[in-house]
Design a protein around this ligand. Structure first.
Ligand code: SF4
Ligand code: SF4
Length: 96
């Protein structure tokens, strides 16, 4: 029987069996955590977001390991994004 991903038990949802799906989302930078300048995109109003590259992923993601290269300085929104949360499941369903 095919089980919809949304109903998989939480232990099956881990970052190690994911492809950094949440690192394709737009990430606003709302506090200064020390994100390096080269990864910041600014709009005409001065709003800051994490830069994304043509493949859709955040510029700070290591494409080989799918790990965050600025983990200690990642934006607040990335810190608050919980593995196994509804938002996490939503992103996994889109890309896995
Ligand atoms: S938090 Fe969720 S969507 Fe993000 S990498 Fe981990 S399992 Fe994937
Ligand atoms: S800053 Fe790191 S955790 Fe946040 S989206 Fe980029 S790669 Fe993912």
């Amino acid at each position: 029987m095919i089980i919809p991903t949304q109903t998989l038990p939480t232990p099956d949802v881990t970052c190690s069996n994911c492809k950094a799906c949440c690192c394709r989302l737009e990430v606003m930078i709302i506090s200064d955590t020390g994100v390096p300048e080269q990864f910041i995109e600014r709009d005409q109003y001065g709003g800051e977001t994490m830069m994304r590259l043509n493949d859709g992923w955040c510029a700070a993601l290591d494409r080989d390991t799918l790990m965050c290269t600025i983990y200690e300085n990642r934006p607040w929104i990335c810190r608050e994004f919980d593995m196994g949360s509804d938002e996490c499941i939503d992103e996994r369903v889109k890309y896995l």
